[in-house]
Design a protein around this ligand. Structure first.
Ligand SMILES: *Cc1c(COP(=O)(O)O)cnc(C)c1O
Length: 373
């Protein structure tokens, strides 16, 4: 590996990050009790049009809390895409509820919303909507189904900070919506996440669940079990500084996406991300590509060749219904979700971090093209 290796992601820490973190150190406020936590919660929830924000230690933690706060448990079913990160399913499984999968849509890579209604049963309690890679799910028809069948919506907007659907922020649509601030997300706190909602009861429940369900009057007497999923003041300081730059970051991601698209869209062997739909313009959380079937290749092979050329990549998600963990517990693997299966075989993403230069993108595209000649 040469020293000019281009990693798949590097974060951009170009604003007040150092200043705010120094403030934490100077004042001694480093735990979750520090003032940046509430400021970060207030600012982010305002930006995404929500009344309440509950900062937590990761996006995964936010999903755990969201599922638990909605009271999902044994006997309940939750509909979600099979093509997503494992985080979406942890608490559904642990609570004893049953996940019910839908396949993906081959052009937007999001869950195929036309498959949802057939999967609704008397046991269905919620639909988990997961926006994938840069374009939001067409969520209005899903909200309509939720109203019709009285279901809750959990909106996973981890990859959509700063994105909108029909002009309104992603993260403003779920009964609870969640974000992640892992370093490859649009804004980062190192590790971190947030649950946002307009419902005061749910917000209180989430606050309690992230903090071990301590009680106000009798702190160490517990009526319920929660988690220690608190976010520290240091993380929130980083988050606040990042949030100040969100518009700039989104603009940069879109520019990077356009640069990649212009360089690669003539290539017959690959599918590039859809640039826009009637409801949103791609934000390119990552720049994914899917090899076409006639490419006589698979993602793994091409990723290996790019690695040799000094370019870091990441495979697409591996479908949940095929996860080895479930193999001896559930029979999900017997079902077929051909679009998701193909995407996981043929899809991967190119370097997409905010620190990437256009020269590097040019380089990456040239190398990719050279592989197919
Ligand atoms: C990143 C991500 C998560 C998990 O967030 P972490 O902070 O890494 O735990 C959940 N859902 C989606 C769609 C993600 O992309």
């Amino acid at each position: 590996m040469n020293n000019r290796f281009i990693p798949v992601n590097t974060p951009l820490l170009s604003g007040n990050e150092k200043k705010y973190i120094n403030e934490c150190i100077d004042t001694g406020w480093i735990s979750s009790e520090g003032p940046f936590v509430e400021r970060f919660e207030a600012d982010l929830s305002r930006i995404v049009n929500r009344k309440y924000g509950v900062a937590v230690s990761s996006g995964t933690a936010a999903l755990d809390i969201a599922v638990e706060a909605l009271g999902i448990g044994k006997g309940d079913e939750v509909i979600l895409p099979t093509f997503t990160i494992i985080s979406c399913i942890h608490q559904i499984i642990r609570s004893g509820a049953t996940p019910v999968f839908v396949d993906s849509e081959p052009i937007t890579w999001n869950m195929d919303i036309s498959q949802i209604e057939d999967k609704i049963t008397k046991r269905t309690k919620a639909i988990m909507v997961v926006h994938i890679y840069g374009l939001p799910v067409d969520i209005d028809p899903v909200l309509k189904l939720a109203r019709k069948y009285k279901l809750k919506i959990i909106e996973d907007a981890a990859e959509m900070i700063g994105q909108t659907y029909k002009g309104k922020p992603c993260g403003s649509y779920g009964d609870v919506s969640i974000f992640s601030f892992y370093p490859n997300k649009h804004i980062t706190t190192g590790e971190g996440g947030m649950v946002v909602t307009n419902n005061n009861e749910l917000a209180k429940k989430c606050q309690s669940l992230r903090n071990l369900c301590f009680q106000k009057k009798q702190r160490f007497v517990h009526k319920e079990l929660g988690w220690n999923y608190r976010m520290t003041n240091l993380q929130a300081a980083l988050g606040l500084a990042q949030l100040e730059q969100l518009d700039k970051f989104v603009e940069k991601k879109r520019k990077m996406g356009k640069f990649y698209t212009d360089s690669l869209k003539e290539m017959k062997q690959i599918q590039v991300p859809l640039e826009e739909t009637s409801y949103a313009k791609n934000i390119y959380w990552v720049f994914g590509i899917v090899l076409k079937n006639n490419a006589k290749n698979n993602a793994k092979k091409i990723m290996g060749q790019l690695q040799e050329l000094g370019i870091g990549t990441r495979p697409f998600f591996y479908p949940l219904h095929l996860q080895p963990y479930f193999k001896n517990k559930f029979a999900f693997y017997r079902d077929s979700y051909p679009v998701s299966e193909n995407m996981s075989q043929m899809g991967f993403y190119l370097p997409s971090g905010l620190n990437l230069s256009s020269l590097q993108i040019e380089n990456i595209c040239n190398h990719l093209k050279s592989i197919f000649i």
